[in-house]
Ligand binder design. Sequence first.
Ligand code: ZN
Length: 270
Amino acid sequence: MKEIITCLSLILSLSCALAQEVKIVPVVLKDKSIELYIHNQTFQGQSVLLDCELKGMTSTEKLPITKFLEVGEKVLFTTLAPKDIYKPFGYGTSILYVEGDVQAKHDDNYVYLLPYPKGTSYNIDQGYLGNKTHENLYALDFNMDVGAEITAIRDGIVTKVIERYDKGCPDESCEQYNNLVLVTHEDGSIANYAHLKKNGAIVKVGDRVKAGDLIGLSGATGWASGPHLHLEVYTASWDGKITLPVNYYLDEKTTGEPQVNQVYAQKRLK
Ligand SMILES: [Zn+2]
């Protein structure tokens, strides 16, 4: 019995280790109890859910356990101890994880900057919940030519950069070729700047950016019918991202949600 369950644990842990870069790291102590650490070896903060199947063992923490792990962080989730070391015992583990903090709460009072420098203005080709491709998304499409400068809409840390692709088309089959920059904000929400041109990221993972800093160059990669910037602010959840209808500075003082077929000039940046 003991061997079977230990084997189950090994198989599950191994499959996690092979398929994922968020790893369970068990440490066996002298008294035969086992510390279960989880190591985030990815380049994004991850929400992690750990569950264990126990036979003849107890857990110091109530299962399942959810924690947010920063990049590179290794955290003790729980310690499993045999109830009686002279009787069979063992455990199986499973983990689930998603990029971003599922417990993040967006600061709805925050007003964002338009994503381009002083002296520029762009039309909104598709707004929040637009019926072309934003049916369930609070996302904005800015009509930008290839190579147009994109600036950060809020302070944050760059948590993902993809810029190696050079392909785009107007259907879902091209989604895999999407270049993007993700910036994670203080409240755990994330801005997604999508469809950048090949090698069009000006920043790299780990960079701190300020609102208004140049971060990338527009393009037409991924699922795109032509050059534009697709921009959304979202929080993570176990079922995917939850995009948010955030407010922007529409001119120097007016704030609100940008509307489709309106041109907005950048007037907040000096
Ligand atoms: Zn879009």
